[in-house]
Design a protein around this ligand. Structure first.
Ligand SMILES: Nc1nc2c(ncn2[C@@H]2O[C@H](COP(=O)(O)OP(=O)(O)OP(=O)(O)O)[C@@H](O)[C@H]2O)c(=O)[nH]1
Ligand SMILES: [Mg+2]
Length: 471
């Protein structure tokens, strides 16, 4: 495939659909070694597996990298994208545009067609260098039925070429079984198809397997014709230069495709709407998030303030509690102290009471004792008095005896008075007087004490003896 964008200039028409993936894999024409004289270009078309790549390979076609086309026996498509190959025919360079086969998939057909048209449009733009000489439409004669995809392929071919262009188409029938009983059937089929489907083509030729000369002859036959501008090439030169506005584009873009395009357009519009809505919601969300953050921040600040206030109140309450506790404790201590004091006082009073009781008891005891003592004293006094009385009585008896004795002594003494030494008698009397303070004569009258009397008796007796008197 050829990249259109690399060759189109300002104001130049552009095809509409070019598969970008495929474009990157294609070989840009400007990079190919194209000779100064216009090069003839041929387009290979036909269903998958009919032998398009084999045809090019047979003619020794090589791509930009010198690679020959890939050929596959698998039923799946081998050639995936339109690819340009170069070769020589009678020593003149030619371009062969290999194309994938069309099938029932509108989407895939459109993509393939878009690539083919891109290349054809490029050929148009470079018509001084490249001239389309015709289309080789290969058809497998082995197919006994004209399938839907074959019909679609033929329709695309006609749409591409237009009536004039179909005159530059050669149908090459492949897959002949010359040595088989099928061969006659194939010939009959060829005739039937030629009459029914291939009307208007330049010719239909048989391409037996590996028949290089037949392949070359096809190109030579086309080269005998003048260069042609296929219908799609002409249409693509007209504004708006879009595939949808070409005959083949309209034919190939069935309702399904348009619906797909419409759906795609709607989907894109919806995606854009979703994008816008998403942005709006995102902005809305961000706005709300901002608000929420602000609210959360305010709430946080309020909560912190509230917490601080609660802390303050708690501290105040704790301080108040502490103060009350201290007060209660103080009151309690005071009460305890008071109770203790009262208890002490009571204890003191009690002790005083007990002391008083003890004193009272002691006084009572003492009084009792004194009473007893008094009574004892009285008894003793009485006893003493009785004893005294008894002694007195006894003493009186003794005294009486002593008085008698004394009187006898006095008598004796008086008798002694007749003695010369009266002085001594007087000394005795004086001694008695001095000793007792009274004269012995008055003893009886003064004191009848037994002791005095006895001592008086002793003194007198001693005096008498001293003076030699007889007692
Ligand atoms: N019997 C027979 N086999 C052929 C003929 N031409 C090609 N083949 C074989 O058919 C198979 C497919 O050939 P390709 O050249 O890859 O077919 P194609 O048209 O390029 O297929 P796509 O690239 O898939 O579109 C290969 O195995 C070829 O060898 C023929 O004329 N007769
Ligand atoms: Mg192929």
């Amino acid at each position: 495939m050829v990249s259109i964008s690399s060759t189109t200039g300002p104001g130049q028409p552009r095809p509409t659909v070019v598969n970008p993936e495929q474009r990157t894999q294609s070989v840009p024409v400007k990079e190919m070694n194209i000779p100064p004289t216009p090069i003839s270009a041929f387009i290979l078309m036909g269903q998958t597996g009919v032998g398009k790549s084999s045809f090019i390979k047979l003619l020794d076609g090589k791509d930009l990298h010198g690679q020959e086309p890939e050929v596959s026996e698998e039923p799946e498509s081998c050639t995936q994208i339109p690819t340009i190959y170069m070769t020589k025919l009678k020593n003149k360079p030619i371009l062969l545009l290999d194309t994938p086969g069309f099938d029932d998939s509108a989407r895939q057909n459109i993509d393939i067609l878009a690539d083919i048209v891109s290349n054809l449009h490029l050929f148009t733009l470079r018509s001084q260098e490249i001239k389309v000489r015709g289309v080789i439409f290969l058809y497998s004669i082995g197919e006994n039925r004209f399938s839907g995809s074959q019909a679609k392929t033929l329709e695309i071919l006609k749409g591409l070429c237009g009536e004039e262009g179909m005159g530059h188409v050669i149908v090459g029938t492949t897959m002949w079984d010359q040595n088989s009983k099928e061969f006659p059937k194939q010939i009959a089929r060829e005739k039937r198809f030629r009459d029914k489907y291939w009307k208007g083509v330049h010719k239909a030729v048989r391409l037996f397997e590996d028949d290089e000369s037949a392949a070359s002859q096809i190109l030579l036959d086309l080269l005998d014709l003048p260069p042609v501008l296929l219908l799609v090439q002409k249409e693509m030169m007209q504004p708006p230069h879009t595939l949808e506005n070409t005959t083949v584009g309209k034919a190939t873009m069935p309702n399904g495709y348009r619906e797909i395009e419409e759906l795609k357009r709607r989907a894109d519009a919806q995606a854009e709407a979703y994008e816008r809505e998403l942005k709006r919601r995102k902005a809305d969300f961000e706005e709300k998030e901002k608000d929420m953050r602000k609210i959360a921040k305010d709430l946080l600040l309020k909560t912190e303030e509230e917490n601080r206030r609660l802390d303050r109140e708690r501290l105040e309450r704790e301080a108040e509690s502490e103060r009350q506790y201290e007060q209660v404790r103080q009151e309690f201590n005071d009460q305890m102290k008071k109770i203790a004091d009262d208890a002490d006082k009571r204890e003191v009073l009690k002790r005083e009471e007990e002391a008083s009781q003890r004193r009272e008891a002691a006084r009572n005891q003492r009084e009792e004792r004194e009473k007893h003592d008094r009574e004892d004293e009285e008894r003793r006094q009485q006893d003493f008095e009785a004893e005294t009385q008894k002694q007195k009585e006894k003493s009186e008896v003794v005294i009486a005896q002593l008085v008698e004795e004394l009187e006898r002594l006095e008598t004796a003494l008086s008798k002694m008075t007749a003695t010369p030494d009266l002085t001594r008698f007087e000394v005795t009397i004086n001694a008695v007087v001095e000793a007792f303070g009274f004269h012995p004569i008055f003893i009886k009258a003064v004191n009848k004490s037994e002791k005095v009397i006895r001592e008086t008796i002793i003194i007198i007796t001693d005096q008498i003896r001293m003076f030699g008197g007889g007692i």
